[in-house]
Design a protein around this ligand. Structure first.
Ligand SMILES: [Zn+2]
Length: 169
């Protein structure tokens, strides 16, 4: 199994928890953070980056550092996304704090989900331990993340038809 298909599964928790927390954290930053952690792994898969697939980007330390980079990037481009957010009915009050929390949380969730089932991941690097590995199988995490995505779509459709309300402010 290559990593790319599982990357798409990260959209599930990104969308669901992004919607659940939409009042408190920046939605686009959170969704991007949940998925973009795989950028280095994707480059390795395509032979554009040397080394193992899961290394420093799939550690909590690496994710924290990357969250800072993502926060900076999102602070710069977030105003450009405002129109898009309005068009999908998810217009939010934007702040650097909300963007930073979203980047941090999303990155942590990605690393944690992968740590459950990737045998070659050491999320607590520089420590050589992997206490999360084996708690859930790849199959279970696929189901969980896909189910999150399914619930997110249901909730969004429910909001669209006025059955449920997504509080964005
Ligand atoms: Zn990953």
């Amino acid at each position: 199994m290559t990593i790319m298909p599982f990357t798409l599964f990260h959209f599930g928790p990104g969308l669901l928890f992004g919607l659940l927390l939409v009042k408190y954290i920046d939605f686009p930053t959170f969704v991007i953070a949940n998925v973009i952690i795989d950028w280095r792994a994707a480059l390795v898969v395509f032979g554009l980056w040397p080394g193992p697939r899961h290394s420093w980007m799939h550690t909590y330390l690496g994710a924290i550092l990357f969250a800072m980079v993502l926060t900076t990037g999102m602070v710069l481009i977030r105003p450009e996304l405002d129109k898009l957010m309005e068009s999908i009915n998810l217009h939010q009050r934007v702040s650097v704090t909300r963007i930073a929390i979203a980047a941090f949380l999303g990155s942590m969730i990605h690393v944690t989900i992968d740590a459950f089932h990737h045998p070659l991941m050491y999320p607590f690097m520089p420590y050589d331990i992997k206490p999360l590995y084996g708690l859930f199988s790849t199959r279970e995490m696929r189901f969980f993340t896909a189910f999150c995505g399914f619930l997110a779509i249901l909730w969004y459709i429910g909001d669209h038809f006025g059955l449920i309300h997504i509080p964005t402010k």
